[in-house]
Design a protein around this ligand. Structure first.
Ligand code: KG4
Ligand code: ZN
Length: 340
């Protein structure tokens, strides 16, 4: 079964063809990062216009690389939300047109289930039940998956998403955009124990909160607040600041996730979303999980950030499992919902 995947929820125009939810036949991403970098964040109107420009040539190129035409496909999967409304519309309209013209099933995919199911493109896919952790620029969510297409949300961020906190912090420090990979790189030169930033643990809840931590960094940098330091204040470098910040973020995320897995009694943890590309976070998870005898799944690096292979993969499973595919409702705040 060959599924065409289309992803345009944010600032990447992405198209892919995936065979049987497993083999990526062709996958292309046209990134808009350079376009938005000057604003140090995504400008929704610019993103939507760029998607419109890129989507058709990208679909043509992916099909050409896959050596098939539209009638060789078995379905079209597209991100229906969450995301930016103008961006989502471009992808969904393209998918609808293809589905209508070539009589192909149209499969609406939630971007967040795409991030989790990116792990199903691994050689050995995770077994249910598992705990999912979505950490991206727009979302931070802990969700229990008792089976395919079944979602029980445990907790989510009350303010900034993890990636958002990293991006905003980098913006404040004038480090560039997107902040996550820049902070990861700079942090390698710093001391993660230099500053003891607060750990927002929110005891008794599976929710997260990162905006206070971001404010702590800003206040420390501007001299408005002091925190315990292991190095004299005047010796602290920007690398120490971001390393200490990253340390606090990773500590909170890993601790809470492992605690939730223990609470649920699951042994498998499946992670997805742009922040899961972070090497420090991956190593910390691996280290702690080994201690707790848990198995952690991460997508390969190129499938952590937005891509269409994960959407085609999720679409394949949804098409196989669903009795009746519901009509697509584009929703910028689309929640994870059980498959019908
Ligand atoms: O999943 P994604 O591509 O888009 C959303 O669905 O939001 O995630 C983008 C986010 C950005 O906030 C970016 O800074 C972060 O992922 N990110 C990283 C890394 N690579 C991307 N954060 C930390 N370390 C990285 N290596
Ligand atoms: Zn994403």
């Amino acid at each position: 079964m060959l599924i065409l995947g289309i992803e345009t929820s944010c600032d990447e125009t992405a198209v892919a063809v995936v065979e049987n939810g497993k083999k990526i036949v062709s996958s292309l991403i046209s990134s808009q990062i350079a376009l938005h970098r000057v604003y140090q964040g995504i400008v929704p109107e610019i993103a939507a216009r760029k998607h419109l420009e890129k989507i058709n040539p990208l679909i043509d190129l992916v099909l050409k690389n896959a050596k098939i035409n539209f009638s060789g496909l078995d379905g079209v999967a597209v991100t229906a939300g969450p995301g930016l409304i103008g961006s989502l519309l471009t992808g969904v309209m393209a998918a609808k047109s293809i589905s209508y013209s070539f009589h192909l099933p149209l499969i609406g995919v939630n971007h967040l289930e795409g991030h989790l199911l990116a792990n199903f493109l691994l050689e050995k896919k995770p077994a249910f039940p598992f705990l999912g952790l979505i950490i991206s620029g727009g979302h931070t969510q802990l969700v229990y998956l008792p089976g395919l297409g079944k979602y029980r949300i445990l907790g989510e961020t009350r303010d900034d998403a993890v990636g958002e906190a990293l991006d905003k912090t980098a913006k404040f420090l004038n480090l560039g955009y997107p902040g996550g990979p820049i902070i990861e790189k700079l942090a390698k030169k710093g001391n993660p124990q230099a500053i003891t930033f607060p750990r927002p643990r929110l005891p008794g809840s599976w929710d997260f909160s990162f905006s206070g931590l971001k404010t702590a960094l800003i206040n420390f940098s501007t001299g408005r607040s002091t925190f315990k330091t292991t190095v004299p204040r005047e010796k602290i470098t920007p690398a120490d600041i971001v390393a200490s910040f990253q340390q606090a973020v990773v500590e909170v995320v890993t601790e809470k996730t492992l605690k939730a897995a223990k609470h649920l009694g699951v042994k498998n943890i499946v992670i997805g979303g742009g922040v899961s590309a972070n090497g420090f976070l991956r190593r910390e998870f691996a280290r702690l999980a080994e201690k707790d005898k848990m198995k952690i799944f991460f997508p390969p690096l190129e499938l952590c950030t937005d891509n269409a292979a994960m959407i085609a993969c999720a679409g394949y499973y949804k098409l196989k499992k669903s009795k009746k595919l519901p009509a697509i409702k584009i929703d910028p705040n689309l929640p994870l919902q059980d498959w019908k």
